[in-house]
Design a protein around this ligand. Structure first.
Ligand code: AMP
Length: 367
């Protein structure tokens, strides 16, 4: 059994129960929609009024992630706690986990909140990653750059997502200015991977240890933000098997209960290196809503509530494109396209680079 906190005995939360979700973004919104279809209510906890997930949830608590009193009231109002946003203070997750089953466990969040911790964990369980070094202060940077060679990438150790807090160091880059640009106390320096493709695997693991995973997909980024996901990835069967085996190994070793997105690089030599883990529904899994028997959001709800996992079988191939900022103004055109499925997140303001929705274009399954 994977439970490791007082309140979690691996219990099942049957339909009719209330799922508490920390975070109010589009991931929470799509999870709440999947939960409703299975007869659950969702209670969102987030710091902002009018969050995308609140529109489709039974209740919302608007409070800061470190408001321990509000967190306690929230925990008492729900049957199980999960996350769509993982940068919640460790103290807060411990508080929640002492009161209600919290899935994934705080330990998983703690590991994945910080890049160094995450990479050290991956190394300890023999999962290949790019070469990396800890850089604890500005003065240590030149030596680390020398050790890994240029180009390399300096990333803030904490709270990194969508490429924020990272700077590429090229042969001509002045090291004096990159530390400031990265903007953090503690950093990780990574060798630059001249990858052939970026891929990801979304895997679910239930309270009983059963696992189901979606076919590896290919991700194309623009300005460090996911732009397009191609399902399935255009990789060999051997590479796909390697990626799937890595995802299974991580899910098992981390004792996951819930969903995990595993982002990987495929090198030109065909090696698979893990870049990052996200213990929640993943943007590269949105295509599953329209192209698989069980979407990643339904799978997430099933795993978190202790239900049997669903079949991740793909009935169509798919290309998912994020609608960022003004892209969303093309909604009418997309709606009139055959084979295109439009998903909008109900966000009022189309700021540049903001994830406003996505479109999944389906085609007949090839293999
Ligand atoms: P991350 O925030 O670590 O997910 O990085 C965002 C994106 O930056 C990745 O999806 C890659 O496209 C690129 N990237 C990050 N780290 C590296 C690296 N070590 N080598 C090459 N590209 C990288």
């Amino acid at each position: 059994m994977s439970a490791d906190h007082a309140a979690d005995h691996g219990q099942i939360i049957p339909p009719g129960g209330t799922i508490g979700i920390l975070g109010g973004g589009q991931l929470g919104r799509m999870a709440a929609m999947a939960a409703a279809r299975l007869g659950y209510r969702c209670h969102i906890y987030c710091p902002d009024e009018g969050a995308p997930a609140s529109d489709v949830a039974a209740a919302t608590t608007v409070a800061a992630y470190d408001d321990l009193h509000a967190l306690e009231r929230f925990a008492r109002a729900v049957d199980v706690v999960t996350f769509e946003f993982e940068n919640v203070p460790a103290e807060a997750t411990e508080k929640l986990a002492a009161l209600k089953p919290t899935r994934p466990a705080p330990r998983v969040l703690h590991l994945t909140q910080q890049r160094l911790r995450e990479k050290n964990f991956l190394t300890a369980i023999n999962v290949p990653t790019t070469r990396y070094l800890e850089v604890a202060h500005k003065e240590a940077l030149p030596q680390a750059v020398q050790a890994l060679g240029r180009p390399c990438v300096l990333k803030s150790a904490s709270f990194g997502y969508d490429g924020k807090g990272q700077v590429r160091i090229d042969p001509e880059t002045d090291l004096g200015s990159v530390w400031k640009a990265m903007g953090s106390e503690l950093a990780i320096l990574e060798a630059f991977v001249d990858f052939q493709r970026e891929i990801s695997v979304v895997i679910a693991r239930g309270v009983d240890g059963a696992m189901e995973l979606y076919v590896p997909v290919e991700n194309q980024h623009r300005h460090h933000i996911l732009d397009t996901t191609i399902a399935p990835a255009r990789i060999s069967a051997a590479t796909a098997q390697k990626a799937e085996a890595i995802a299974r190994h991580i899910a098992q070793e981390i004792k996951l209960v819930g969903l995990l997105g595993v982002e990987m690089f495929v090198t030109k030599a065909g090696d698979v290196l893990v870049n990052e883990l996200a213990p929640r529904p993943h943007n590269s899994g949105h295509w599953t809503i329209d192209a698989c028997l069980t979407s990643q959001f339904e799978q997430f709800i099933r795993a978190v509530c202790g239900l049997p996992l669903g079949s991740p079988e793909r009935h169509s191939d798919a290309v998912m494109k994020n609608l960022l900022g003004d892209d969303v103004s093309h909604w009418k055109q997309i709606l009139s396209e055959p084979g295109a499925k439009l998903h909008l997140y109900g966000k009022a303001e189309a700021r540049s680079g903001r994830k406003m929705g996505h479109v999944t274009r389906l085609s007949p399954k090839t293999n």
